[in-house]
Design a protein around this ligand. Structure first.
Ligand code: EPU
Length: 303
């Protein structure tokens, strides 16, 4: 039996809400709307199934990628030759105990922000405008308006490549700007966050204000993957790109946003190749004109 048959046997004739598809277009599962097919796409809803995939990966050397909600991702035009996983079901848990929140890695940041606000809990107001998952936010230490997700984390739950859970402390997770040490595990499965009790109306207002600031200073109508580059120390990548006159620059169907220089838009059926050509063009230009290296923030899959 090949790995695909073994994977199929995980869901066949079993009462599971998980979805498994072979040769599935990945453009449906990322905010850029770009990318070829995955050999297998698996929406995993139970911890048992996830542990099976972890062991399958190790035993059969099948490539496995966990894509979160695909909001910070550029998928290759050639697709992905292994199993692409998105967490659902058990991984969408959200439980409050006073100012502590147990949150599954599959929960979307806007959902977490809204529900925390309805409990009068402050700390995640910044995340309403970030369309990613909690798992992705943990791995990338996502942030906005001076707040970073890692700052809220008390513990992180991860799964090893043996399919076993490990609980990590905040320090074990090694958070720094748009980075963590969590990538070395098979999968991040959830976290315990510590929020602060506040006034529900004030939390709601702050959350809406930050959201409004985002939609007025960043593009939101066109397909994009958020900020393309990390901010180099002491600089704003968007401002550097703007000052180099690159806003509106186009390669194929990809364009540098005219609103914010650090966003690339899929305006007209852009390919991943168009986007990466534009990325290289920006990097070369900014290096030549300003002497600064821009490092990609958006994650690559299948290259
Ligand atoms: N600016 C320009 N031109 C531009 C873009 C920005 O002059 O085209 C100027 C702005 O006017 C402002 C300064 O540059 O004075 C900084 O801009 P902004 O406030 O938009 O912040 P940023 O450093 O570009 C960071 C995060 C964003 C986050 C915003 C808001 C990174 C790479 N970017 O952007 O995060 O939403 O702050 O807090 O850290 C993301 O990570 O995907 C992302 C979008």
């Amino acid at each position: 039996m090949g790995w695909k048959e073994e994977l199929a046997s995980l869901t066949q004739n079993r009462n599971t809400p998980s979805k498994l598809r072979f040769d599935e277009p990945l453009s449906k599962y990322n905010y850029f709307g770009i990318g070829g097919n995955a050999a297998a796409y698996f929406e995993v809803s139970t911890t048992d199934e996830l542990a099976h995939v972890a062991r399958l990966k190790k035993r059969r050397s099948v490539p496995v990628a966990i894509i979160g909600r695909g909001s910070n991702l550029l998928v290759s035009d050639a697709g992905y030759p292994g199993i692409v996983i998105r967490l659902s079901g058990d991984f969408n848990r959200l439980e409050f105990d006073r100012n502590r929140v147990e949150v599954g890695a599959g929960v979307s940041l806007p959902r977490l922000s809204k529900i925390a606000a309805s409990h009068g809990l402050s700390g995640v107001e910044f995340a309403l405008g970030i369309p990613g998952s909690v798992g992705g936010a943990l791995i990338m230490n996502a942030g906005a308006w001076g707040s970073s997700f890692g700052d809220l984390v008390e513990r992180v739950q991860v799964m090893t490549d043996k399919g076993e859970f490990v609980n990590l402390s905040h320090d074990d997770a090694q958070f720094s700007y748009r980075h963590s040490g969590l990538r070395s595990y098979f999968c991040v499965t959830g976290a315990t966050l510590t929020l602060t009790h506040g006034d529900a109306g004030e939390v709601e207002n702050l959350m809406q204000d930050l959201y409004n600031q985002k939609i007025t200073s960043q593009p939101f109508a066109e397909e994009n993957a958020g900020c393309m580059f990390k901010n180099p120390s002491g600089h704003s990548a968007g401002k550097l790109i703007d000052e180099c006159g690159l806003k509106g620059h186009r390669i194929g169907g990809a364009e540098v946003s005219k609103i914010h220089g650090n966003f690339i838009l899929n305006l007209n059926s852009a390919t991943a190749h168009d986007v990466l050509s534009l990325v290289r063009h920006i990097q070369d230009h900014v290096k030549r004109e300003r002497g600064v290296d821009l490092e990609m923030e958006v994650q690559l899959l299948g290259f």
